[in-house]
Design a protein around this ligand. Structure first.
Ligand SMILES: C[S@@+](CC[C@H](N)C(=O)[O-])C[C@H]1O[C@@H](n2cnc3c(N)ncnc32)[C@H](O)[C@@H]1O
Length: 204
């Protein structure tokens, strides 16, 4: 695929997001994942880590419906959603135990799904970016382990690199099924992939 084609593709998702009222082109990655793996169901309780500006929150809100609820967390504030009572947002660091306690107090019950699109500000130094991102992915995994109900689902973004296989093995210890997926909406130049985990074996 040429760079020109890649740019056109980027413009396509960007423009489509704008036209359809989504806050980020990332919404289309989650839509692809949902279409293929059906990680959200009506009435689900969900947690979205690294949620700003809110493109995934919009998709999750649609998928879980009015009987469901999604709690979004980000270091950056997320603009309020009008007419979306099933979205709650928290400004904070997902690595902080206080933020995790806040999520629990808002949900009241164990969630069905935890998703993480968390990413650091990239420096261009690949090893450093990979190490920081995998650390965020491991934080998300730890939150999923603490919160999820049995048979729960977990979706996590990973920048591919030397720690990837170890992380994959860690996930396989906790979930009946772990699959790798690279959405079409991911930029050609990006090293990201998503790990889709189903059937949480803890959570009693
Ligand atoms: C790729 S963006 C997420 C886009 C989002 N999924 C959407 O659809 O709008 C990654 C986000 O991770 C957030 N992030 C990075 N480290 C974090 C942390 N420790 N706690 C919470 N959020 C974090 C960043 O602030 C950034 O907004």
């Amino acid at each position: 695929m040429s760079d020109r084609y890649s740019k056109r593709k980027k413009d396509f998702y960007y423009r489509t997001a704008k036209r359809q009222g989504y806050r980020s082109r990332a919404s289309f990655k989650l839509k692809e994942i949902q279409k293929k793996y059906r990680i959200f169901r009506k009435g689900d309780l969900a947690v979205d880590l690294g949620a700003a500006p809110g493109g995934w929150l919009q998709v999750i809100s649609e998928e879980v419906g009015p009987k469901g609820l999604v709690v979004g967390v980000d270091l950056k504030p997320i603009l309020d959603f009008e007419n979306r009572p099933n979205i709650i947002t928290i400004v904070g660091n997902a690595e902080s135990p206080l933020v995790q306690e806040k999520i629990i107090s808002l949900l009241k019950e164990k969630p069905d799904v935890v998703v993480s699109d968390m990413a650091p500000n990239v420096t261009g130094h690949w090893d450093l970016d990979h190490a920081r991102q995998i650390s965020l992915a491991r934080t998300a995994h730890s939150i999923a382990r603490n919160l999820l109900k049995q048979q729960g689902r977990f979706l996590v973004k990973v920048f591919m690199g030397q720690e990837t296989e170890d992380f994959l093995a860690e996930l396989k210890d906790d979930f009946a099924e772990v699959l790798r997926f690279r959405p079409k909406a991911t930029r050609k130049t990006s090293a990201e992939e998503y790990f889709v985990c189903r059937g949480y074996t803890g959570g009693d």
